[in-house]
Design a protein around this ligand. Sequence first.
Ligand code: ZN
Length: 168
Amino acid sequence: MKIAQDTVVALNFTLTDDAGEIIDSSEGDALSYLHGHGELVVGLERALTGRTVGDKLEVTVAPEDGYGEVQDGLEITVERAELPDDLEPEVGMELACDGPDDETLTMWIVEVGDNVVRLDGNHPLAGQTLHFKVEVVSIRPASPLELDHGHVHEDDDGDAIDSGAYTH
Ligand code: ZN
């Protein structure tokens, strides 16, 4: 079986930046994702399409195929009191915010002050070239429920859980 639209793929991966520093890694616990649904950055999905189990690849992804270029003017400062009461803000935390047209915007906390918090709409990896080392561990067709939800439902063995038993 080859990686194609609507397959569930498990990967071992290591992501490093231009300096060779490790940004993220599956650390032996393979990452499962639904191919073709925007879960991975575009450049990595494109490189994985058509690959098969056991394939190892090194993929360099430019910002435009990764998390985008850094855009100016996406930072805002909010009062801590405007954040949900149960939220303890930390740098790097991802928040879903209401945009000006009631759309949902993803923002990242970049600074936490005593009274205010600064948020940035740029992904923390925006503007960075991403270097992935990837090994394809398994490939299976997605279940109907997985396709309906647009993400993977599976147990620790990598088998699909196609019932209400799956908790998100
Ligand atoms: Zn689901």
